[in-house]
Design a protein around this ligand. Sequence first.
Ligand code: F1P
Length: 352
Amino acid sequence: FEQPKTIQDTYRGRIKADQKEIVLGGLLDVFPKIVNANRIIIIGCGTSWHAALVAEYLIEEYARIPVEVEYASEFRYRKPIINPGDVVMAISQSGETADTLAALKMAKAQGALILGICNVVGSSIARETDAGVYTHAGTEIGVASTKAFTAQVTVLTLFAFKLAKERGKISQELYEQLIGEMLAIPDKVQTILLSHPNIKKVAEKYKDAINALYLGRGYLFPVALEGALKLKEISYMHAEGYAAGEMKHGPIALVDDNLPVVVVSAKDSYYEKVVSNIQEVKARKGNVIAVVTEDDNGLRNMANDLFEVPESHPAVAALLAVVPLQLFAYYIAVMRGCNVDQPRNLAKSVTV
Ligand code: F1P
């Protein structure tokens, strides 16, 4: 529920001069190097890895620099090829995650420029980086990241827009439009939060399910992964996030009238494809819970249950679509008697 303020705190001071410029102070000295990077490799674990995936889609679409996203826990061991023209960016809420720290040290030793997106000032990862940007998410009491995720995506979105502008890949007009879209996010998140009684009602309906499937495409694919992770982490319900187009390559075998299928959609270029994926689910009697925008009257009519989110530009849609999924996981966990703040077996920072 703090997310409207967290997002505002994260972009405050970074969107300047009548909202026409993004200034990332912590990256000023190294920005020319980033603009000319051959490749950006983004590493993280858990929720931070999902934020990295959003960044991959944004940077490649708008700034046109090749991006690779890797689990830090794989990257650190698999002997990856890193060249001096590469930029390696570590994302971590705590700034203490052992795998992320080790991966970053390894990349540093191979001559890459090392950037960090951390929440904790002076943390181990922040200290190892050449430059970085802090998310101003404050302290997260819950082990499972919520506002840390939206703060990370906020920073990464500003980074992608700025990079796109500096590389001459987007016009001033589009740049200003995208900045305006970001500035509108806190109020829109507030609108979603006000719909919490509806989300609670839907949670009541599905709280005893055994499995859940989350589907999305484009910027909303990482949101599907994150929605599934939140449900797993705090309610212990088995959930899988999938790219909607992958459903027919396996998970469709799971669909029956006991399976809740959460589809995360917006009226973007993927919309018609998502509708056809959901037709497949309905044909197999799956229960569809759809995250929909106001102008959506296709999925709206097909879904069993709806989470409404305000319309936005696709480039910022992840910041909205994730919020009802966090709340959905929260209510299900509470109804199942789980300790939402301190799930079993999980630690806030995984330092070993
Ligand atoms: C990574 C992470 C979190 C998750 C849990 C365990 O932490 O996987 O995303 O919610 O707290 O650790 P971090 O590197 O972002 O601090």
